[in-house]
Structure formats: C-alpha cells, structure tokens
Design a binder for this molecule. Sequence first.
Ligand code: CMC
Length: 370
Amino acid sequence: MSDTEIRKGLDGVVADTTAISKVNPETNSLLYRGYPVQELAERCSFEEVAWLLWHSELPTPDELAGLQETERGNRALSDDVRDLIDKTPKTTHPMDVVRTAVSLVGAQDPVADDASEEASLAKSVRLLAQIPALVAYDQRRRRGEDLVPPRPELGYAENFLHMTFGEVPAPVVVDAFRVSLILYAEHSFNASTFTARVITSTMADLYSAVVGAVGALKGPLHGGANEAVMNDLEEIGSADRAEDWLDEALANKRKIMGFGHRVYKKGDSRVPTMKSALDSLVEHYDRRDLLDLYSALEEAMASRKNILPNLDYPSGPAYHLMGFDTATFTPLFVASRVVGWTAHVMEQAGDNALIRPLSEYNGPDERHLS
Ligand code: CMC
C-alpha cells in the first residue's frame, strides 16, 4: 500500500470553488449568492430565488415579470410527455418517472446541445416549468384523477399545488410549500449537484446533467430521505412508541432517516425555518399528534446518538400534511433543486475542467494468462 491519503466519499475534500452558495457549519449558516436562506425564505418568492441563483442578483421587477411570463408559458406538458408518463406502470417509483420524463423533455428540445449561456438559461426555465406539471400529473394519474391544466395567473407555488390537487389551498399551506422550495433549492456540492457538475465537465448537455442528478437524488442517503422519514414516522405510529422503535432500529444498525449530515454536525441551518413552517401546518390541520411523534423521535435520537435532524426531517411530515403521496416527496425536492443544479451546470461550463479523480488500485498484482 502506498501512503496516499484516501478520503472515502470525498469526505472533507474541496473539489472546486463556487459563487452560488456558501455552507458554513461553524456558524450554522447557508447563504445563496451572499443572502441568508432564512431571509430569502421569509421575503421572496421561489421564482425570485431561482433568478438569484442563476443570475447572481435578485431580479428587478421587469426581470421578474419576464421570468414569470416564460415560466408560465412553458408549463403545459406535451402530449408525448403525458403519454410517456401514462405508459409507466403505477408501481414505478415517481422518481423514476421524473427521471424518464425529464429525459424526454430534453430529447424534444431542438437546441438541447447548445451550451451558450442564453440557451442554458432557457433550458433551465423550461425545466423549472415542466417538472411541477409532470410531478403533479404523475400523482394524479396514480390516484385515478385527470390532469389539471396549469393556470397562468397563478405564481409557481400556487400553480404547482393547483395542478396537483385541483385547487389552491389555504395561504398557510402555499406559504409552507414556498418555504420548502426555497430551502431545498441549493446546497453547494451535495451528491446530486456534484453529479450534475461531473456530467457537465465532460461537455455533455444540461439535460443529461439534470437526468443524472435526479438519479443521484433518489437515494435515501440524499433526497430520498424525505420520503423515508414519513415511512419511518408511519411505522412508529405514535409518540409513545418512538423510544422503543428507535432502540430497536439502532440495535439493528438502521440509519434513522432525516438525521445527520455530512457537513453540518451541529444541526442543519435550514431546519428551524422548515420546522416553523411545519408548526403552522400542524396548527392548520389540527395534527398535534404528528408533531408529538416528530418531537419524541427527535428527542430520543438526541439522547441516544446526539445526532440532529436535517431538512428532510421537517419537510417529510410537512409534505404529508399538504396532501402529497409519500413517494412524491423526493420529486418535489427535484422541482426545487433543479434550480441549484442548473446554476451549477452553468458555473461548471463557464470555467470547465474535466472532473476525473484518481484511485488507488488494491486488486491482484500483475499476473498473466498461463
Ligand atoms: N442514523 C443513525 N446513525 C447515524 C445517522 C443516522 N441518520 N447519521 C449518522 N449516524 C452515525 C453513523 O452510523 C456513524 O456512526 P459510527 O461512527 O458509530 O459508525 C456516525 O454517525 C457518522 O456517520 P456517517 O455515516 O459516517 O456520516 P456521513 O457524513 O457519511 O453521513 C449521512 C451523512 C447524511 C449519509 C448520514 O447522516 C445518514 O445516513 N443520514 C440518514 C439519511 C438522511 O437523512 N439523509 C439526508 C441527508 S441531508 C439532506 C439531503 O441531502 O436530502
């Protein structure tokens, strides 16, 4: 063995610079282009945050109006995308449907391989508009419900909920959804974003990068955790069972979904904002029982392992209360994170170097066929 230091999982490795977001686990802060994410979640629409991540500055009123017009004009699914979704079995995981449908959206773009910044921005807005439509339609057809067409007079978050549920819910629900989208939008070199950057570094097109990123997000150690959190909470059932459930799960070496983070070791900076959105939903839907269960597991995890929740812990039950099917939670994450992915695709393409690390060989010594 050589004395090369191997950083399993690239743990602690700084792979490149980025001007898009800054995660500081010491001060427990997350900045998008310099702005604390909490301030953005309090004051901005998701569309404004998307513009900020793509363009480095918040939009002027005219710029925002232009983005809204393009996003609203790109919301309708093509018949082909709808047919493709209809052809996937209802047993297919919704993340696989998103991955497949996004691939077709890309394949139908005549300028898919145009890597200019203008074309990349147009593709990013197209994905921003199309993903909610396909996620909403997929949930509806699984429930045996018809497609609900987009409403161009509604903002992004309202329209997403309208296309999913056939109505715009109460403002408290729309607001919690908007907050979750802003919090999920960007988080530096997480696994799916890094995947998008790796693909972009080969000079492949933006859609390929996004399809690959969707695949990386699916796993429960990353985006799939929000779905897994809800499955765990349902498995536990009630607050009084949380401690016993956790002790057994830990004894079986299970990873407890929605807890822990590669970067944040003293708590995820996004959790308090999402928790307060969850609190509003609990009050609105009168579901104190769910909050009690949430708190019981959190406290038990802190006492047993001293490991704190990540964003997926409050967002899982929040999406449940909003009425989404559990398997749709990670596609909601896609709808938001596509903004961060595409911002990183453009940053990577603008100053590209092929991402190609080395490995330390530990197989058999050289040998020859006899
Ligand atoms: N449940 C039980 N033990 C845990 C957990 C957990 N959720 N997280 C960390 N640990 C333990 C782990 O077993 C290890 O213990 P030991 O040193 O005794 O072997 C120690 O803490 C260090 O964990 P690690 O797996 O080396 O830490 P990591 O930085 O590689 O993993 C993680 C980070 C997110 C993969 C991990 O915390 C985890 O699996 N969490 C559950 C899945 C999850 O919630 N993922 C969402 C991540 S954040 C948002 C997102 O991307 O969606």
